[in-house]
Design a protein around this ligand. Sequence first.
Ligand code: PEP
Ligand code: MG
Length: 567
Amino acid sequence: MFQGVNASDGIGIGVARVAVEPDLSFEPKAVEDTAAEQARYEAARDRFIEMTDKQIESMTARGLVAEAGIMGAHKEFAEDDGLIEQINGEIAGGTCAEAAVKAAYDMYYDMFSAMEDELFRERAADIADVRTGLLAFLLGQELVDLSSLPENSIVVVSELTPSMTADIDKEHVAAIVTETGGRTSHAAIICRALEIPAVLSVDGATTSIPAGANVIVDGAKGIVLVDPSSQDLADYKAKVMKLAADKAALEAFRGVATKTADGIEKLLVANIGSPKDAEGALDNDCEGVGLFRSEFLFMDAQELPSEEEQFQAYKKVAEMMNGKPVIIRTLDVGGDKEIPYMDLPKEENPFLGYRAIRYCLDNPEEYKVQLRALLRASAFGDVKIMVPLVTCIDEIRNVKALVEECKAELDERGVKYNPDIEVGTMVETPAASLIADVLAAECDFFSIGTNDLIGYTMCADRGQDKVAYLYNPYQPAVLRSLQRIIGEANKAGILAGMCGEAAADPLFIPVLIGFGLDEFSVSAPSILKARRIISQWTKAEADALIEKIMCLKTDEEVKEVLVASAK
Ligand code: PEP
Ligand code: MG
């Protein structure tokens, strides 16, 4: 049994598909039987085309038209007559197939990546993918293609990157196991959004879990069983049935308003990282988007996304939400969110350094690209701007001033936007909590980021296991901070929201009702569960719970009361 980080609940039972980066190193050698070598190249090409055809079929069946189009381009680059002729010519001269393929595709890769036009530059990545595929097959390596997997696949990878998840075949993936990432890492957030059970940070998973082994992944407990006993298998199959029954019971909360037991309306919205996640959020009956982590667009690109690219992504979500609120957080780079091509300086304390709004305000022209894209998207829905890592009022004032500059620029271009677009504060630092009254007076809404607020308040890194005992929302210091932030928002008459993971914690929801939280922003699979819990509590009951816990001195005592009070 392997223990890792419990990143995404649920149980997956299936067969391990271990995706290791293929080792494409080879020693070029001279060949004599050139006809046989050309046949080897042809066989690798046929396999690659067969694999690509399957991907296109699977993507088309899932309605992933754009993705299928990219695969179509892969096929064209593999079947290109000019390339085939060039490679066969090299082989005829005595070069081995690996060296001939590499030289030809390297040449095209360099040519495309040097082009001015962005569209051509993007094709370079496709050429690199075809080169990898052909070389892997020539070298007898297996490629695990996450976009077309057999049913009940347990995907075992070293690291789960946003681009891997972009085309992951959700229907056929029973669970994911990785070697890196904590509970609030982006890999974990993605798995929860896709509702795929996941255990992260399993040391040596790709080498210790054999490909083809039968595996059980218990996402809630963070354990992975390889070649389980028949007893374990039977127990887990029973648990899967129970989870399915629980899920079916939640259907009663679909399509109904989110209200406390005494009828106070709450807003129940979703955390997303991409337009694709928005589909999952709508499938789970969200009432809008409370946090669109825009940095995923940046992480998934090779260079800063243009105003047009950002606009298209924001507009897509705004249109999908059809008038429901969509809060988009501006670039939250740094800390645990690295964007390699941005080349931010290495720091001793990256969580306290040059990141998020600090970086953006220091690079206003770059930031304005995003602000203009957000403003343009606001003409297509109820888009709101949220500022991450705020610590002082100047940051909000400066963002608002830049928004005004962008409005003037769009006016000049004759482009439409919502002139009353709201600008809100992500309250995720102790400083923002302490000046919540000042911030509330000058911004349009709050959304509390407990993932960071807990970390900064308790001085406990959200990804560090050894201090995990300090990192929870039941800590008296955190409770006082939350009570203060929500109270100030209520007093100022602005929306008090929360988009950190604590908003979905079943034990914590009544505490948030008691504090007066208006908006709960949670990952897609938590929406119906949160609606059910909210419906079980009256404000008076939640207030009584607050009375009980706010005088307690330790997180353990608080948790004990919350467990005992849970409905
Ligand atoms: C948070 O800090 O609570 C939050 C929602 O943002 P992220 O997890 O992306 O830092
Ligand atoms: Mg944060």
